[in-house]
Design a protein around this ligand. Structure first.
Ligand code: FES
Ligand SMILES: [Fe+2]
Length: 425
């Protein structure tokens, strides 16, 4: 990828081409439980280079506002959350969830001039989502399958990843790597173990992709050999601009990710598991909370930095690597991915990469994002996945006779939304 394209794709701050594109979509900011209580503790976070404070006001409504007081720039992380707003700890200016300044104790007449930035937000699927783009383009709320299910059916965790969102997200698009880095982990992991899928994934590491461009992004059809007469197809989706779905593993919960830039050198990696038709079992929830499957353990309570991180070489275990307990020496599916993606540097040097045929989906995703970002001014409405109905897609895993075209099969068996049967082995 040339320098100019790499720069466009990896720079997401305010007034960058990619930043403007990403801000046209609803952005997951924090989980609702981080700000569970009205007038409870606010949290600070960073999204696409912007410092934000998120709080639940006296009425229980959520505010997503600029972190810094309009007076002399003090962080509202230190503010008092009380009586319908945040009161800056320094000189007592007060802001409501719309960012309006509602009190300037020393100069009440200045109130209307002291507003801070605030973003419209919604709560859905246990997350606080904000819309950070131009008001005239605010889209309808997302309708990804996991974002519309009852809370009992869904488990979501978040972790901080120390690299640009693009190279992290590309790991979610690139399902070819499962045959390698996750090879041994999946035999033990409770969210993957005991499925027929693994037999084919392991036997055939040479996945061949057919990729279809759609109104939401891309559908990837990954082909592996099953037997003489059949292929095993893993069908998965990249939904604009940062969602990936994981091909299913037997009866286990479905999964997906989303990757939001924190700044250009860090991202928020959200990991989602769900059953489309029933609650998660207590055991599944326990396993996920313990960091199994695509979830992780954390460095400290309240921290989103994983316990395995670059400062401790991700708790690399060379003996386990030698003994084929873990392919790379790192344990845990998400930390296997994160360790490799962080090892590329905060922003991968795209000048040096030499792409292979298995990277075709990544190339297409990059191209779609780049073109949408560059053309945003001239074609502000021609963006994929702005219509929530377009999110109604589900990953699948299916064995088909070699003569069957998977695109035709998927039009007949998957199209038309989420009311279709789940295809999984
Ligand atoms: S800096 Fe916030 S009130 Fe003075
Ligand atoms: Fe992975």
């Amino acid at each position: 990828m040339n320098k100019e394209m790499a720069q466009v794709l990896t720079q997401t701050g305010p007034d960058t081409a990619m930043g403007n594109l990403l801000r046209r979509y609803w952005v997951p900011i924090v989980s609702s439980e981080e700000i569970a209580l009205p007038d409870g503790p606010q949290v600070k976070t960073q999204i696409m280079g912007e410092h934000l404070v998120v709080f639940r006001d006296t009425q229980g409504e959520v505010g997503v506002v600029s972190e810094f007081c309009s007076h002399r720039g003090v962080s509202l992380f230190f503010a008092r959350n009380e009586e319908g707003g945040l009161r800056c700890a320094y000189h007592g200016l007060k802001f409501n969830r719309h960012g309006h300044c509602i009190e300037v104790p020393s100069a009440p007449e200045m109130c209307s001039k002291m507003n801070i930035k605030a973003y419209p937000c919604i709560e859905q699927a246990g997350l606080v989502w904000a819309y950070m783009g131009p008001p005239e383009f605010q889209p309808a709320p997302p309708e990804l399958e996991w974002s519309t299910l009852p809370a009992s059916h869904v488990f979501i965790s978040k972790r901080e990843q120390e690299c640009n969102f693009l190279q992290a997200m590309e790991g979610g698009i690139d399902t070819a790597h499962v045959s390698y880095v996750h090879r041994f982990e999946v035999d033990r992991d409770p969210m993957h173990v005991g499925t027929e899928a693994l037999k084919y994934i392991k036997a055939d590491g040479n996945v061949i992709f057919t990729i279809e461009k759609t109104d939401f992004g891309l559908t990837l059809f990954g082909r592996r050999n099953a037997d003489e007469a059949h292929y095993y197809w893993r069908i998965t989706q990249f939904i604009f601009p940062w969602y990936t779905l994981i091909p299913p593993f037997g009866h286990h919960a479905l999964g997906g990710h989303l990757w939001v830039p924190k700044d250009d050198h860090h991202c928020w990696a959200w990991s989602i598991n769900f059953h489309h038709d029933k609650p998660l079992s207590d055991q599944e929830v326990k396993d996920m909370a313990d960091g199994k499957g695509i979830h992780v353990q954390y460095e400290a309570p309240g921290s989103f930095r994983p316990k395995q991180n670059m400062d401790n070489d991700y708790l690399m275990d060379r003996k386990a690597q030698k003994n084929k307990e873990t392919f790379s020496g790192v344990f845990g599916i998400s930390m296997q991915d994160a360790s490799l993606q962080e090892s590329m540097g905060p922003i991968q040097n795209h000048d040096e990469e030499k792409l292979l045929p298995t990277d075709r989906a990544i190339v297409m995703a990059r191209r779609m994002l780049y073109e949408a970002a560059i053309n945003l001014q001239e074609h502000p409405d021609a963006l994929p996945a702005l219509q929530p109905q377009s999110h109604h897609v589900r990953a699948a895993g299916v064995i088909l006779p070699k003569s069957v075209d998977p695109l035709t099969w998927s039009k007949e068996n998957l199209a038309g939304g989420l009311d279709r049967p789940l295809y999984t082995i």
